[in-house]
Design a protein around this ligand. Structure first.
Ligand code: SAH
Length: 276
């Protein structure tokens, strides 16, 4: 079997196309082979704040980069401007890599961008990425399903379009799926309301909860808490933080394997102290 030339892609790469590419949650080792290949062949990379610095270091020096999101999230480029930018860049005949944190089609607005590209007859492809739920949980020693603890897993966002609160919807969904692990993206800002709604729907106060900040990165931080206390422990955490709720979180201490670069131990107790 012949070996591919270094840097060559093992699949056809179009000259002019918008590639909606998942960058994974932060660890550049979680980029797919296809994502890395396209990053190396891009004319321009359009990226936002969830794409880690380590992933951006993979972009070759001569490639144009366009940043479309500021750190605090409130001042991101509006979605319609991003959509228009992608169309404009594609019409110049360039190979555009639209790099998005995690997976582009999981709470990444990749669907909206793809719709806009279709409406404007722009050729596009989607490259799935490793989504925050699977990666942050795995790097925190949490199997999202387990035959002894959880028969399924549900991904929810903490707020909807135009910031509509979703805690009631999450809680009602939980009531019908008590055997499933619940993962809440973008839930940090409304964690108190989310946990209150869940407790009101019958969730036990001692149900284990993991809060995972900057998962998979060198700043990976995992706080293990409970449904009753999660909102208190969340106070010192910042975005991006993922909330994992369910019995599988009990395995986190036993299966703790990930030591972020520069940290002695990856486990933080509820008070934010490192413990071996
Ligand atoms: N498309 C992304 C999700 C975008 S929504 C994906 O598939 O992962 C943004 C939310 O994802 C954040 O508010 C946070 O809840 C979660 N998230 C993304 N990356 C994360 C990370 N490295 N650590 C913790 N949470 C993360």
């Amino acid at each position: 079997m012949s070996r591919a030339r270094p840097g060559a892609c093992s699949f056809p790469v179009k000259g002019s196309c918008v590639y909606l590419v998942g960058a994974g949650p932060g660890d550049p080792g979680l980029l797919t082979v296809k994502a890395l290949c396209l990053i190396n062949r891009a004319d321009v990379v359009v990226y936002d704040r969830l794409v880690s610095d380590e992933v951006m270091q993979q972009v070759p020096a001569g490639v144009s980069r366009i940043f479309v999101g500021k750190q605090n999230g409130d001042h991101c480029m509006p979605q319609d401007e991003i959509n228009a930018l992608l169309v404009r860049l594609a019409r110049t005949g360039r190979r555009v890599v639209r790099l998005k944190g995690g997976d582009p089609f999981i709470f990444g607005r990749g669907g909206e961008e793809a719709q806009h590209l279709v409406e404007n007859r722009i050729d596009f492809e989607v490259v799935p990425g490793v989504t925050a739920a699977t990666a942050c949980a795995a790097y925190s020693g949490i199997p999202l399903t387990h035959r002894d603890f959880s028969r399924g897993v549900v991904f929810f966002t903490g707020h909807g379009k135009k910031d509509t609160p979703l805690e009631q919807e999450i809680a009602e969904h939980y009531a019908g799926n008590k055997g499933a692990t619940l993962v809440v993206y973008m839930g940090l800002a409304r964690i108190e309301a989310i946990m209150t709604a869940l407790l009101n729907q019958g969730m036990q106060e001692h149900t284990p909860v993991a809060l995972i900040e900057q998962g998979t990165t060198r700043n990976h931080r995992r706080v293990l808490t409970t449904a009753a206390t999660a909102h208190v422990d969340a106070a010192e955490l910042k975005a991006p933080t993922l909330i994992v709720i369910g019995e599988v979180v009990r395995l986190a201490k036993l299966l703790d394997w990930f030591v972020p670069a520069g940290q002695d131990a990856s486990t933080l107790d509820a008070a934010g102290q490192q413990s071996a």
